[in-house]
Design a protein around this ligand. Structure first.
Ligand SMILES: NC(=O)c1ccc[n+]([C@@H]2O[C@H](COP(=O)([O-])OP(=O)(O)OC[C@H]3O[C@@H](n4cnc5c(N)ncnc54)[C@H](O)[C@@H]3O)[C@@H](O)[C@H]2O)c1
Ligand SMILES: O=P(O)(O)OC[C@H](O)CO
Length: 346
C-alpha cells in the first residue's frame, strides 16, 4: 500500500471528539497530512500548539502532521471526508460543510431523533450527490489511537469503484477495513449495539452475572437482526464487524460509555429516574441514550419485537427501574429461539 502522490492533506476529519481524533491519529501514523475540524477553539489550539486533545482524548501524543481548524470551509474541497460528529449533529454539520464532490465516510453510530433516519439517509439529504460510505466496527478510540490492531466494515454505496478509491486512503498496517456494499446494515449495527450495551451495563450494575450478560448479547443480537432485515440490511453484515463484532465489544467493557452509563443506571436498583442527572453530568456522548427512544418507536411502528431496546427506552425516560426492566424481560412468554419470521411478530 502506498500513499497517494499529492500535496497537502487529502483527508479531512470532521469532529474533534475521541473518535475523530483517534481516526486522525491513525490516518497520520505514516506521516500523511490530516486536517481535523473541531468545534471547540481550545481543542483546535491544543492540537495545533501541543499536539494533544486533553478534552476528548487525554494521554495521547498526536502526530504533528495533524492540523486542526475551526473553519468547516477549510475542508469542503478535500477528496475524502470522515464525518465523526455525534449522530444527532451529522445533518446540521454536513449541511454547513457543503462538500464539493468528496467521498463522505460516515463514522457516527446512531439514528436521528424525530425522523428515525439512519446516518446514510441523513447524509444523503444533507449532501445530495455525495459518494457515501459507512465506517463501523469494534473500535474503542483509545486503542485505535495507540495503534492496536483493529478491523472495521467499510460499506461503500458506490460499490467496488468507491472501495478502490477509499481503501488505500483509510487502511493502515494495524487498521484493516473489510469491504461491504451494505450501507444500511453497517448503519444499523452500530446504532443498535449502543442501546444494547446500556442494557448489558445495567446487568453489570445489578451484579446479575456473566450468564445474564451473554443472554442479553444473544437476545439483543436477535433484535438487531429483526430490525435490520426489515429495514433492508443483509444478514451477513449484521453478523460481521459492524454488527455482532461491535455488540460483543461494547457489551463487554466499562471502556464503553454506553456500558458505563448502564452500569451507573443499574446501581439505582429498584428506583426509577436518575437517567437525566447521569446524562447531564457527561461531557462525552453515550449515543445509545439518544437512539433508544427512536428504536422503541421504530419497533412499535413496524411491529418488530425489540423488548430489550424498548426496556432501555423506558429505563431512560424513568418509567421502569433497572430491576423492573430485568423482571419484565424474564417474564416474557416462553418462545422459540430462532425462527426469524415468527420472531418478528413478537
Ligand atoms: N469514542 C469511540 O470510541 C467511538 C468509536 C467509534 C464510533 N464512535 C462514534 O463517533 C461519534 C462521535 O463520538 P466521540 O466519541 O468522538 O465523541 P466524544 O464524546 O469524544 O465528544 C463529543 C463530541 O461531540 C461534539 N459536539 C457536541 N455538541 C455538538 C454540536 N452541537 N455539533 C457538532 N458537534 C458537537 C464535540 O465537539 C465532540 O467532538 C459518535 O457517534 C460515537 O458513537 C465513537
Ligand atoms: O464508548 P461507546 O459505548 O460509545 O463505544 C465506542 C465504540 O462505538 C465501540 O466500537
Amino acid at each position: 500500500m502506498s500513499a497517494p502522490l499529492a500535496f497537502g492533506p487529502q483527508v479531512g476529519v470532521v469532529g474533534g471528539g475521541a473518535w475523530g481524533t483517534a481516526l486522525a491519529q491513525m490516518l497520520a501514523s505514516d506521516g500523511r497530512e490530516v486536517l481535523l475540524w473541531a468545534r471547540e477553539a481550545d481543542v483546535v489550539a491544543a492540537i495545533n500548539r501541543e499536539h494533544r486533545n486533553p478534552q476528548f482524548l487525554p494521554g495521547t501524543s498526536l502526530h504533528p502532521s495533524i492540523r486542526a481548524t475551526e473553519s468547516l470551509a477549510d475542508l469542503a474541497a478535500l477528496p475524502v471526508l470522515l464525518m465523526v460528529t455525534p449522530a444527532q449533529h451529522l445533518g446540521s454539520v454536513l449541511g454547513a460543510l457543503a462538500p464539493q464532490g468528496s467521498d463522505i465516510v460516515l463514522c457516527a453510530k446512531g439514528i436521528e431523533q424525530g425522523t428515525g433516519r439512519l446516518m446514510s439517509e441523513v447524509a444523503a439529504a444533507a449532501a445530495p450527490g455525495a459518494a457515501l460510505a459507512v465506517l463501523s466496527g469494534p473500535t474503542f478510540a483509545h486503542e485505535v489511537a495507540d495503534g492496536l490492531p483493529t478491523a472495521v466494515t467499510l460499506a461503500c454505496a458506490g460499490g467496488a469503484a468507491q472501495w478502490a478509491r477509499l481503501a488505500p486512503v483509510i487502511a493502515r498496517p494495524a487498521f484493516r477495513p473489510y469491504y461491504s456494499a451494505d450501507v444500511i446494515g453497517a448503519s444499523i449495527g452500530g446504532a443498535v449495539k449502543n442501546v444494547l450495551a446500556i442494557a448489558c451495563g445495567v446487568v453489570e450494575g445489578l451484579a446479575l452475572g456473566a450468564n445474564a450478560r451473554a443472554a442479553l448479547i444473544s437476545r439483543g443480537f436477535a433484535e438487531m437482526q429483526r430490525l435490520g432485515l426489515v429495514m433492508g440490511a443483509e444478514a451477513e453484515t449484521l453478523a460481521g464487524l459492524s454488527g455482532l463484532g461491535d455488540l460483543v465489544l461494547t457489551c463487554s467493557s466499562p471502556d464503553s460509555r454506553n456500558f458505563a452509563l448502564g452500569m451507573a443506571l443499574g446501581a439505582n436498583g429498584d428506583h426509577t429516574g436518575g437517567a437525566a442527572a447521569l446524562l447531564a453530568e457527561r461531557s462525552t456522548v453515550a449515543e445509545g441514550a439518544f437512539t433508544a427512544p427512536v428504536l422503541a418507536s421504530l419497533a412499535t411502528q413496524r411491529g418488530i419485537a425489540m423488548p430489550i431496546a424498548q426496556g432501555v427506552a423506558a429505563l431512560l425516560d424513568g418509567t421502569l427501574s433497572p430491576r423492573a426492566l430485568v423482571a419484565q424481560l424474564l417474564a416474557r412468554p416462553l418462545r422459540p429461539e430462532a425462527a426469524l419470521p415468527e420472531a418478528m411478530l413478537g
